[in-house]
Design a protein around this ligand. Structure first.
Ligand code: GAR
Length: 204
């Protein structure tokens, strides 16, 4: 299965996906890396692996329509069958969500539906978890639909909040779990072991 990875930052989840492909745990190939951020580590990583890498940002286009068309054309040209958002901090245009219905995944650093939605990204998520007094957090892989962080949940794993945790120490432990479950969840889609019924995602 040809996948596109969208990433805005350092790209450790992208690296985890590549590791899983290299080890034979994920029957897929990364056909394209897209980043909205020209300085993203993920772009460098793609280039070092000779993976087609595009810096693409809505600001480069005079209208949202043109940006959407360019993105769709790019995905089609690279034969992309599944999109994996890996620390991608921009909204996906609705036309792309429609075209790739049930074929866009996201990794979120908390146990959705808790600690998701506007403003909940990166370190802010872990700050909010600590401020709430929750004893458990974790990572969630979900399908991307029109509602931010609300699409059907594919896979989750919990992480205990420990006494003395800072947002950074918690983020580091959650990140290890992200690296574990994201390639697994993508593999489920790549090997077509998934049945989606409404909000339920059944893994066969
Ligand atoms: C990850 O923790 C990911 O879950 C989070 O950004 C980080 C990216 O790290 N994503 C979100 O917060 C999306 N709402 P990475 O660039 O090392 O993969």
């Amino acid at each position: 299965m040809n996948i596109a990875v969208f990433a805005s930052g350092r790209g450790s989840n992208f690296q985890a996906i590549l590791n899983a492909i290299d080890d034979g745990r994920l029957p897929a190939r990364v056909a394209l890396l897209v980043s909205n951020n020209s300085k993203a580590g993920a772009l460098e990583l793609a280039r070092s692996r000779k993976i087609p890498a595009m810096h693409l940002n809505q600001k480069q286009y005079s209208s949202e329509d043109m940006y959407e068309e360019r993105l769709l054309e790019l995905l089609e040209r690279h034969g992309v069958e599944l999109i994996a958002l890996a620390g991608y901090m921009k909204r996906i245009p609705v036309k792309v969500i429609d075209r790739y219905k049930n074929r866009i995944l996201n990794i979120h650093p908390a146990l959705l539906p808790a600690f998701g939605g506007a403003g909940m990204y990166g370190i802010h998520v872990h700050e909010a978890v600590l401020a709430s007094g929750a004893r458990t957090t974790g990572a969630t892989v979900h399908i991307v639909d029109e509602e931010y962080d609300e699409g059907p949940i594919v896979m989750q794993k919990a992480v205990d909040v420990l006494s003395g945790d800072t947002p950074e120490t918690l983020a580091a432990r959650v990140l290890l779990v992200e690296h574990e479950i994201y390639p697994k969840a993508i593999a489920v889609f790549a090997s077509k072991r998934v049945r989606i019924e409404g909000r339920n995602v059944w893994i066969q």
